[in-house]
Design a protein around this ligand. Structure first.
Ligand code: FMN
Length: 316
C-alpha cells in the first residue's frame, strides 16, 4: 500500500512539478519588494502598477487600480486592459497575465480607484505540458468538490488568485479596538496607494469584516519575518468577534493617536480611517485613508508567494 502511495506521489510530482499542490510559500523580503513588477497594458503606454493595484475581491476576481485624477488616462476607462506579472531581471520574463474588463470607478478625495473584473488568464512561468496537466488536475479536484457539495471557486478565479501571488505580497497584522472589544488578525489582500490611501479585502462570511466596518478605525502593522509563525497563528481570529489581548503570545503597545494595541515587534504602524465599504462578492472591499504612519524599525518582512512562482524562483 505504501509503495502504491509513493508511486502515485512520484507520478504527480513528475506531471505537475514539486509545487503542483502547494499554494502558499512564505519568505523574508525587504520592503518594498523588487523581484516582480506588475504592468498595466491597454491604456496607452504600458504602466508600472506594482504599487498601485490590489485584489478587491477574489471571488469573482476583481482588481482595484489607482489612477491620478488629473491623468491622461481619464477618458479611457471603459477599455479592456491586462495585468502582466514580469520578473525584474535582465530577461524581463513574463510570469503570468490576467485580462480584465472595466467594471466601476470609486471616487475619493485622492486617487480615482477603478475596479476591473478578470475575464481570462495564463500562467506563462509553467512549461505548456505542466499547464495542461495542472488544468486537468484542478478540473478533477473541482469536479470532486462539486460532487461532495462543497462551495466552489471557478477555475478562472482560482487561477487568477494564483497569479496574484506571482508578485510577492506582504502580510500584515490588523488591530481593532471598538468599545470594550478588539481583535488582531493577519491580512494580505491589500494595497497602499499614493495620496494617503489604503485598500483591503476581507471575507464577508467572517466576523473580521463586520468588525472592521463597525469600528471604522484600525491599525495595520508590518511584521518581521521572524514572527511569521505568530502572525499565521492568528488566522482563526477572523472568525472571532473579539479576543482577549492579555492572552496574546506577544506584548503590545498603543498606536500613536488612536491608542489601538499593536504588536511589540511591529516594524511600521499605519492608522487608518475607513471611508467606504463595497460588497463585491466573497469579500468586502474597504477604502481607507491613512491617518498616521509610525516607523519603528527595519528588517526583512513577512511576504507570501504562490508555490508555482516559488518553484520557478528555485529553478531560476
Ligand atoms: C497569513 C494569512 C493572511 C490572511 N489574509 C486574509 C485577507 O487578506 N483577507 C481575508 O479575508 N482573510 C485573510 N486570512 C484569513 C483566512 O483566509 C482564513 O479565513 C482564516 O485563516 C481562518 O481560516 P479557517 O476558516 O480555515 O479557520 C488570512 C489568514 C492568514 C493566516
Amino acid at each position: 500500500m505504501r509503495f502504491v502511495a509513493k508511486l502515485r506521489s512520484a507520478v504527480r510530482s513528475f506531471l505537475l512539478g514539486q509545487s503542483g499542490f502547494s499554494t502558499a510559500f512564505d519568505l523574508p523580503l525587504q520592503s518594498p519588494q523588487t523581484e516582480v513588477a506588475v504592468w498595466l497594458h491597454g491604456l496607452g503606454e504600458p504602466r508600472d502598477v506594482t504599487f498601485c493595484h490590489s485584489v478587491a475581491c477574489p471571488m469573482p476576481c476583481i482588481f482595484c487600480i489607482a489612477f491620478e485624477t488629473d491623468g491622461l488616462e481619464q477618458a479611457a476607462d471603459h477599455q479592456r486592459v491586462s495585468l502582466h506579472f514580469v520578473e525584474r531581471t535582465a530577461s524581463s520574463r513574463l510570469l503570468g497575465q490576467i485580462d480584465l474588463d472595466y467594471q466601476d470607478t470609486i471616487t475619493t478625495t485622492g486617487p480615482e480607484l477603478r475596479l476591473y473584473r478578470a475575464t481570462a488568464c495564463i500562467e506563462t512561468c509553467l512549461p505548456s505540458y505542466r499547464r495542461w496537466m495542472r488544468s486537468l488536475y484542478l478540473a478533477r479536484e473541482r469536479w470532486k468538490a462539486l460532487r461532495s457539495g462543497r462551495s466552489q471557486i471557478s477555475s478562472l478565479d482560482s487561477r487568477c488568485n494564483e497569479i496574484v501571488f506571482f508578485c510577492p505580497r506582504p502580510i500584515v497584522l490588523v488591530s481593532l479596538f471598538h468599545g470594550s472589544s478588539g481583535n488582531i488578525f493577519p491580512m494580505n489582500l491589500m494595497g497602499m496607494f499614493e495620496e494617503g490611501y489604503f485598500v483591503f479585502a476581507l471575507n464577508r462570511s467572517k466576523k473580521s469584516a463586520g468588525a472592521v466596518a463597525a469600528a471604522a478605525e484600525l491599525a495595520i502593522s508590518t511584521i518581521p519575518f521572524e514572527h511569521a509563525e505568530l502572525a499565521r497563528g492568528l488566522g482563526p481570529n477572523h472568525s472571532q468577534n473579539s479576543i482577549d489581548f492579555a492572552r496574546l503570545p506577544f506584548g503590545t503597545f498603543a498606536s500613536r493617536t488612536l491608542g489601538i494595541p499593536v504588536p511589540e515587534f511591529s516594524l511600521a504602524v499605519l492608522e487608518l480611517q475607513v471611508e467606504k465599504v463595497l460588497h463585491l462578492g466573497s469579500h468586502d472591499f474597504f477604502v481607507a485613508q491613512i491617518m498616521s504612519t509610525q516607523v519603528q524599525a527595519s528588517a526583512p518582512e513577512f511576504y507570501r508567494i504562490h508555490g508555482l512562482y516559488a518553484a520557478h524562483r528555485r529553478r531560476a
